[in-house]
Design a protein around this ligand. Structure first.
Ligand code: UDX
Length: 452
């Protein structure tokens, strides 16, 4: 059993600390937010993550997990300290490292014994060296330490499972002994452990996220072409996925990627590329395509409904994806903003993210459930792929609406079944718009020029 300190109690820090406690270590999670620490000490979760509350409660009861605002309490007796603080997008997309700096400085000023400092946060290539420099300069007296990069690959909504069942553990350090000790912490996970240098480990994280984002923009571009040519992108993706070199994951066309990682990480990688004199044309295209997925919805609504002023439009699902309450870079937020600019009355419903939505979009009318959302709407836009939306009573939804127009931004539904229910159904890349009044397939919108 090892004593581990984790700085930062966001979804990465809290999940990392709780899972390490669950593996039998003694973990102290530190945060500068009194409010967050008070919530955690009271057994309340500051984030929605399936399974987390139960795992926290169990490990707190077992005396393996505790929460504090005191770095001294966190670091006393600790052999490892994970920096798991936020690295939001700053100016020009550059990662804002103020919280990493604060953590490194406080660790340096507080530590009283040799320590392995582990960057868990997603940080630009070269940050490990920078952290080492900060610690050396800040320590009141020299105390041995090493810096290791250990990027996380956790998905919101499945973060615990992703931590306990990683495809790989990535460790980067100039100090092979330190890397070996951190590898020991992860042995129980029985996953491949990649040990490399600091910069390569940091780049593995960015390159992985940027590649996943590229897959999403790729399939969304294919979806736009499918709409023009009458193919169904869901079946195209299925046919592609049998190729082992392609695989079937991350080929769901929709409203594009959101969340706290992909948008920020692709932007940060573009920024790194630019300031070092390369030309990230592909990364730019990935971001352009992603941005236009939201705008296409407005264009198609205008095509279908004509003038949007004073229309009532419902957003079904508000979180950036299912199984989370996170609204960061959620398509629903941008679509609501674009619709309000058109004078549309926007209503929203989400099974979990209602509190977050009320904070993020205080002037949005919030519905009780999907049927209340449908009441009086001229159109519904499906923004989040919650399972509870997959089996709605579509006859009841249809009867509640003023006009039966559905934009299925996550391709949850079968176009034929929706037509049978009397809807004018628009998916993403589903080949043709099925018009409920006739069997004629109405070919789709002119593509929007991406470069605006
Ligand atoms: C992502 C990475 O997957 C994870 O490894 C990293 O550590 C953090 O960022 P997360 O953002 O939580 O995780 O969610 P993820 O499930 O990866 O989805 C990211 C976005 O892509 C979501 O907006 C999702 O709706 C979208 N997406 C995902 C698609 O549009 N199509 C897909 O096929 C998959």
């Amino acid at each position: 059993m090892k004593k581990i300190c984790v700085v930062g109690t966001g979804y990465v820090g809290l999940v990392t600390g709780t899972c390490f406690a669950d593996l039998g270590n003694r973990v102290v999670c530190v945060d500068i937010s009194d409010e967050k620490i008070a919530m955690l000490q009271a057994g309340e979760m500051p984030i929605y993550e399936p399974g987390l509350e139960e795992m926290v409660e169990r490990n707190v009861k077992a005396g393996r997990l505790s929460f504090t605002t005191s770095y001294d309490e966190g670091l006393t007796g600790a052999e490892f300290v994970f920096i798991a603080v936020g690295t939001p997008s700053g100016v020009d997309g550059e990662a804002d490292l103020r919280y990493v700096r604060m953590a490194a400085e406080t660790i340096a000023a507080t530590m009283s014994a040799p320590l392995i400092i582990i960057n868990k946060s997603t940080v630009p290539v070269g940050t490990g060296d920078w952290v080492a420099d900060i610690v050396s300069r800040t320590q009141p007296q020299p105390i041995e330490f090493a810096v290791v990069s250990n990027p996380e690959f956790l998905r919101e909504g499945s973060a615990i499972s992703d931590f306990l069942n990683p495809d790989r553990v990535v460790l980067g350090s100039l100090d092979k002994d330190a890397a070996e000790k951190v590898a020991q912490l992860h042995l129980a996970l029985r996953a491949p452990i990649v040990v490399t240098d600091l910069r390569t480990a940091e780049m593995i994280k960015y390159a992985s996220n940027a590649f996943l984002a590229t897959r999403i923009s790729f399939i969304n571009e294919i979806a736009a072409i499918c709409e023009k040519l009458g193919a169904d992108v869901k079946e195209v993706a299925a046919g592609m996925g049998y190729d082992k070199r392609i695989g079937r994951y991350f080929l769901d066309a929709g409203l594009g990627y959101g969340g706290s990682c992909f948008p920020k990480d692709v932007l940060a990688l573009e920024h790194m590329a630019l300031i070092h004199g390369t030309h990230p044309a592909l990364l730019r295209a990935v971001m352009d395509i992603n941005r236009d997925q939201r705008r296409r919805v407005i264009h198609q609504l205008r095509q279908e409904l004509g003038r949007l002023q004073d229309r009532h439009i419902g957003l079904l699902g508000l979180a950036f994806k299912a199984n989370t309450d996170d609204m960061r870079e959620a398509p629903a937020v941008e679509i609501a903003h674009l619709l309000r600019n058109e004078g549309v009355r926007v209503k929203g419903y989400d099974p979990v993210a209602m509190r977050a939505a009320a904070r993020e979009m205080p002037d949005m009318q919030l519905a009780e459930d999907a049927y209340d959302l449908a009441e009086g709407c001229d159109a519904i836009v499906v923004c989040t792929e919650w399972n509870e939306f997959r089996h709605l009573d579509m006859g009841r939804v249809r009867r509640a609406m003023r006009t039966p127009v559905i934009f299925d931004g996550r391709n949850l539904y079968d176009p034929e079944i929706m037509r049978d229910h009397g809807f004018i159904y628009h998916g993403v890349g589903r080949g043709i718009w099925l018009n409920s009044d006739s069997d004629d397939a109405v070919n789709i919108t002119p593509a929007i020029p991406y470069s605006v």
